[in-house]
Design a protein around this ligand. Sequence first.
Ligand SMILES: Nc1nc2c(ncn2[C@@H]2O[C@H](COP(=O)(O)OP(=O)(O)OP(=O)(O)O)[C@@H](O)[C@H]2O)c(=O)[nH]1
Length: 254
Amino acid sequence: MAAIDKVKVLVLGDSGVGKTSLTHLITQNEPISNPSWTVGCTVEVKLHEYKEGTPQQKTYFIELWDVGGSSNHRNSRCVFHNSVHGVILVHDLCNKKSHQNLPKWLAEVYSKDANAKNRYSDGDEFDPEQFAGSSQCGDFMSFGFNLDEFKTPILVIGTKLDLAEQVRSNNSYRSSSFAEDCGADEITLDCRQKSSLAAGTSSSVKISRFFDKVIEMRYYSREILSPLAVNSASADKRRTFPTTTVSPKFYHND
Ligand SMILES: Nc1nc2c(ncn2[C@@H]2O[C@H](COP(=O)(O)OP(=O)(O)OP(=O)(O)O)[C@@H](O)[C@H]2O)c(=O)[nH]1
């Protein structure tokens, strides 16, 4: 039997936002009752049917690398950042700061330039369109980004929807613009409910589509686009894409 190909997807976000809970729900189809604090990284694996129901259907392993979000381990996390094929950015819908920090998580992975890393770790204003090239467009070069990672798919997931519903009823949150500005899909869910990712739900379809995209970029895109074509396509988009600064508007209670 032929070996099953795999892709590596990082699950990133602040400590306590629900990365372990989400990873468990995606891979086991069951909520986890008492997730422990992740030290370093835990890898969970899911079998995924690429382009299910089509003649191109093929089985792949999705490795979900659930990286502990504690700021104490920031300097050692880079050991998990090699050969990344996709990124799931997780934030807590009740925690505004965790949403504002999403760009820093991308910067940690994609910036090969220590100065750029520091720039975003210091809490300076960040323009998500600078990162949009990872999924669609943008100028990464000024941040020391690797051209090979230009088209890494990103998915943004907001957790604790059950708690956020209460916040919403207090009129203190709005929908996120960060995912949109980065050209990424977005899901909001309650990680403690099995039904959140039940087959056929829009969240489950979005996750499946994201995994298809990750596999496509890893195993198929280089056959379709030469590096030159990728770069010139990025350059074309860069010329036409507006460069407005985006302020996260998920919350407006301050
Ligand atoms: N109500 C509610 N609680 C959640 C949800 N997702 C996670 N939690 C809870 O949030 C807490 C932290 O969840 P974890 O999954 O450990 O968070 P983490 O991001 O992996 O945290 P680190 O390991 O510190 O990086 C746990 O008590 C979870 O049960 C959710 O959707 N709703």
